[in-house]
Design a protein around this ligand. Structure first.
Ligand code: ATP
Length: 552
């Protein structure tokens, strides 16, 4: 599928789901534009009656107020519907981004900086939000408003119509120049403020070192530099603001004055400008009305331009190749096996070279080898994060990549070097939001991991909100073990589980692992653990990513 088609597909999905809202929005915009044109016409009629020394009926006066109220209500409804539509589109695109994230292969996250991915979800997502809430649709509404006002002015006063048509492009140009400069200044201010925000905590964090190295002056000067940048930028932005409004007011006054002077010149001019007193009042109202949508259109163009880059990033992200694992692989008798596996994160630099080994059900095997030999890589292939370049990997008779997400936790439990908390309660740390896990399973996992006393000591037990500060490093590893065994998996993968623990804590973790390993096939990375857990075999991974196997 081509790049833009992916974004279009997301948009089409949102549009087809919200046909009613879009039809309503179109009607509201039409009604809002139409109703905003009526009050000056009623005013024209009233003033003409007054200047002819005739009575203005209560009905006409009420009609005037009624249309003002209706126009205001419709404008609010228009803004609200545009915001709702914008939110729906943004929600649709953000959901598409999130679904895409789940389908990306593991190496995407190694070849792309996390900051850039985050920025697609935050900054680019926000730019799309602004594009639809305060860009495309509002611009169409404002354009209709300008066209409507010009049309009425032309029918009432062709001369004034020509005058306004001549002035409008100049005014629009002036508005754009001011907006661009103001935006540039605001951006510079935001950059300077961001630097200040980074500088202050950095200074506080390193305050001792700053005093020791006498770097106070340098830190002060840097801070002053950022503040000056911000001050200059704000000053520039204020200057533009202070010029813009008077120029607009002056132009309005000039147009009105020219209209009046020319209309007063004689019959031919008067008929060209179509001026009765009432029409003059109405035209002044229209001239005043045309500037607001013009200014808005300038801002909306700005929003659309800023969103162009965001659309590019989102398109690029949506067209990234997806995780497309083989759905079947040769059946193997062994519980875990590698058959002539060659794999490299970059194809030209293989980490594992023609690696073969197999582990029988119930075996306890340790992988050893120098740092960087590829032990963790073996686990990454076993958990299906990567596919081998050649050869086959088998886990419980299945190709790991073909395991559906809901199957994975039943086949293997994975304990890493450090615990990765998830938002929520202590219970959520164990279940990872899997509502299919029963209370009994959770209690059993807590018991196996030796966490009973710790959890009983928490204010609300398992339902205590998770705060990693409440747990020591060893206790967090016990939580990792409970998380790995709660689904009663057949295979346990332990990657340097006790690497960063002191001897006493390590002993507790080993006790928990021993309890949890019973009846399972256990693969560990760690020399120290192999003896403590009672491994029966060590598979040594050599520098070339091959293996030698030795019995203990
Ligand atoms: N995501 C990655 N992208 C590119 N190269 C990687 C990636 N992860 C690991 N490597 C490289 O692959 C090789 C094997 O790494 P791996 O982590 O599997 O080794 P290890 O034997 O587990 O090492 P250690 O004992 O230090 O944990 C190393 O040279 C490492 O630099």
């Amino acid at each position: 599928m081509r790049n833009h088609e992916l974004l279009r597909k997301s948009l089409r999905k949102v549009i087809s789901k919200n046909k009613g809202l879009i039809a309503g929005l179109t009607l509201i915009i039409a009604a809002s534009v139409f109703s905003s044109l009526i009050p000056p016409l009623v005013l024209e009629r009233a003033v003409n009656l007054l200047t002819d020394y005739r009575d203005v009926s209560w009905g006409l006066a009420l009609l005037y107020f009624l249309f003002i109220v209706i126009a205001d209500i419709l404008e609010s409804a228009q803004n609200a519907s545009i915001t709702i539509f914008g939110q729906k589109v943004t929600h649709g695109i953000r959901s598409a981004l999130c679904e895409k994230l789940g389908r990306l292969p593991a190496d995407y996250f190694h070849s792309h900086e996390s900051g850039k991915i985050e920025s697609i979800f935050t900054n680019d997502g926000d730019a799309i939000d602004v594009l639809y809430s305060d860009g495309v649709v509002s611009m169409i509404a404002d354009l209709f408003k300008v066209i409507g006002i010009l049309a009425v002015i032309f029918t009432r006063s062709p001369g004034l119509g020509l005058l306004v048509t001549a002035v409008t492009p100049l005014l629009f140009l002036f508005t754009r120049v001011c907006q661009k400069r103001a935006n540039k200044a605001q951006l510079a201010n935001r950059r300077a403020i961001a630097r200040v925000n980074g500088h202050v905590p950095e200074t506080l964090r390193c305050i001792r070192m700053i005093h020791v190295l006498h770097a106070e002056k340098y830190m002060e000067d840097t801070y002053d530099g950022y503040i000056r940048e911000s001050y200059d930028a704000v000053e520039k932005s204020n200057l533009i603001d202070s010029i813009y409004s008077p120029v607009i007011l002056l132009t309005q006054a000039c147009v009105t004055a020219v209209m009046m002077v020319l209309a007063a010149k004689g019959d031919a001019w008067r008929s060209f400008f179509g001026i009765s007193v009432g029409t003059a009042v109405a035209m002044m109202a229209y001239v005043n009305k045309i500037f607001a949508p013009l200014e808005n259109i300038g801002m909306e163009i700005q929003n659309i331009q800023s969103a162009a880059a965001a659309i590019g990033h989102i398109n690029e992200f949506l067209s990234e190749p997806e995780w497309n694992p083989a759905d079947s692989c040769p059946e193997q008798d062994a519980c875990v096996s590698f058959q002539h596996v060659t794999f490299g994160y970059e194809k030209e630099h293989p980490v594992l070279n023609d690696l073969s080994f197999s582990v029988e059900r119930g075996e306890m095997v340790t992988f050893a080898g120098r740092t960087g030999a590829g032990k963790t890589t073996i686990f990454r292939l076993l958990t299906g994060l990567y596919e081998p370049d050649s050869g086959s990997v088998n886990l419980a008779g299945r190709c790991p990549c073909s395991l559906r997400p809901e199957e994975k936790r039943k086949v293997y439990g994975y304990v890493e070097q450090s615990f990765a908390p998830v938002p929520g309660t202590v219970r959520d740390q164990i279940t990872i939001y899997d509502t299919g896990i029963s209370e009994e399973q959770i209690r059993k996992a807590v018991r196996l991991a030796g966490l009973e006393k710790i959890i009983d000591g928490l204010p609300s037990g398992l339902d205590t909100p998770m705060d990693p500060q409440q747990f020591s490093r060893g206790q967090l590893q016990l939580l990792s073990i409970a998380r790995a065994v709660v689904t009663d998996p057949a295979i346990l993968l332990l990657d340097e589980v006790t690497a960063s623990l002191d001897a006493e804590t390590e002993a507790r973790v080993i006790r928990a692992l021993k309890n949890s390993s019973e009846g399972r096939t256990v693969l560990t990375i760690s020399h120290r653990l192999s003896a403590a857990l009672g491994s029966t075999r060590i598979i040594e991974i050599s520098e070339q990513g091959k293996n030698t196997s030795s019995e203990i």
